[in-house]
Design a protein around this ligand. Structure first.
Ligand code: GTP
Ligand code: MG
Length: 193
């Protein structure tokens, strides 16, 4: 059965960040990798989170309360979106950094990686950043419906070598629903509830 997600808070600015005293699992990754689509797919709803084929759709931190478990799934704006101004990118980077570093409620970050692409520098930087902060990571390769299974398995091994320490690399398709049950179980587990 799909979890029930309710959008509870939307944050655009650093000074809107406040203590949200429930465990949190955040969705991070490059623009267009499929973070918002995964939120929708997990909830079994088409348009809970807004999605777009144009990168840079999500521009705020969106806190979805998971009912009845009572933790937050947090959809983050994507990074690496070249078409917006540097000032705008820096603003988001600082907002996300503040969210990740000053948040005792953050239990894990799901790092979404595009199954179609070889490991990208910007994704590896996020991985190292989270490792340095000792924030548990849930790596998820997205859009698996777009690649051959053999290539997907190879990419999974590549990521496993990069991330190391026995972290499982999950694979998902928000289109076909493949991998969603396992992802949901892992996220729920990570919330600590
Ligand atoms: P930002 O909000 O810009 O950071 O992007 P996002 O990571 O939230 O991506 P979003 O969910 O908006 O999806 C981007 C595009 O990828 C949309 O056109 C989606 O339909 C498509 N997409 C997402 N997940 C999948 C998937 O599993 N399979 C396929 N085929 N397309 C997907
Ligand atoms: Mg989004």
């Amino acid at each position: 059965m799909n979890p029930i997600l309710e959008l509870e808070k939307t944050i655009y600015l650093m000074n809107q960040l406040e203590d949200m005293p429930l465990p949190q699992v955040a969705m991070a990754g490059r623009s267009n990798v499929g973070k918002s689509s995964l939120v929708n797919a997990l909830a079994g709803r088409k348009s809970l989170a807004k999605i777009s084929s144009t990168p840079g759709k999500t521009r705020s931190l969106n806190f979805y309360r998971v009912v009845p478990d009572n933790f937050y799934l947090v959809d983050l704006p994507g990074y690496g979106y070249a078409r917006c101004s540097k000032t705008e990118r820096d603003k988001w980077a600082r907002l996300i950094e503040a969210y990740l570093t000053k948040n005792e409620w953050l239990k894990a970050v799901a790092v979404l990686l595009d199954s179609r692409l070889p490991p990208q520098k910007i994704d590896m930087e996020l991985v190292s950043y989270l490792q340095a902060l000792r924030i548990p990571m849930i790596p998820i390769m997205t859009k698996s419906d777009k690649v051959k299974q053999k290539d997907c398995a190879q990419r999974q091994r590549q990521w496993k070598n990069i991330i190391g320490d026995n972290t499982k690399i999950l694979v998902s398709s928000s289109k076909t629903g493949s991998g969603l049950n396992k992802i949901w179980a892992t996220i729920r587990d990570a919330s600590g509830l």
